[in-house]
Design a protein around this ligand. Sequence first.
Ligand code: NAD
Length: 292
Amino acid sequence: MTARILDGNALAAKVREDIAKDARVLTEQGIQPCLAVILVGENPASSVYVRNKVAACEKAGFRSLKFVFASDVLPEIVFAKIAELNADPSVHGILVQLPLPKHFSEDQVLEAILPTKDVDGFHAENFGLLLQGRKAFYPCTPWGVMKMLASEDVVIKGAEAVVIGRSNIVGKPMAVMLLAQGATVTICHSQTKDLSFHTRRADIVVAAVGRPKFLTGDMIKPGAVVVDVGINRLQEGPDAGKLCGDVDFESAKEVASLITPVPGGVGPMTITMLLANTLESARRVAAKAAGN
Ligand code: NAD
């Protein structure tokens, strides 16, 4: 069997077109969706992510604000900027690019953002709402994965789903979202004893590990749906410098029924869901202004 490829670029382009249309309507009503991004330090990967987010906002007709601080900035200065953006009614989403330098507490920074502007969905309040199955801003990467599965009518209800990785931004919320839609979910992680035992009985496997080509074809149940969240840069070999996922695409695609590639899979959907959350935040402001 050779798997169908789930094209994240194509899906993202389609969803972003709808987002841009809705943003135009809101802007005509006097509320232009606006995302503020804060970057601390010169991490090259973070700078690229921020640049891509700003470009995506502008392409969708959003206003975007970018604040860059030196890596040795005092935390108080960043907290003051967050407070200013929290209080600014024309700003609908605030994002602090992670990772932050060591002298910051990431938890404290994320919790300083108003939950109603936390379009990354990382605030404990939004995470708690997600756990309870209530309306919230959901973390963009796992939410993007859910949209990808929905776009292909993947049956989640009753499915055995295995999530590899238990981070707060991908693995845990991914598992909660699959659970909310009726999957039986197993979360595997670095202490899991026999990973293949779990992955081989999964109808849906999501790999969010951060290790290149970690999940190989022999670890996958024939016909499974394989979602590759990983973004790794190969360090050696003929493809050194190129991006690759956590899944060994070549062997996995011969066993799976549907697979996401890297690049061009989950990545484009992550930024798309960031736009969707920012739009939703602006919509809520518009509804409030209209007295709804
Ligand atoms: P993380 O380092 O916070 O978490 C990695 C997880 O993998 C941990 O929970 C760990 O327990 C687990 N793990 C490590 N070794 C393992 C092993 N041998 N067996 C089983 N589990 C193991 O990483 P993260 O932030 O969750 O990101 C995971 C990957 O997804 C990274 O490659 C990251 O770059 C990528 N990512 C992609 C997007 C996107 O938009 N596509 C967004 C966020 C993260």
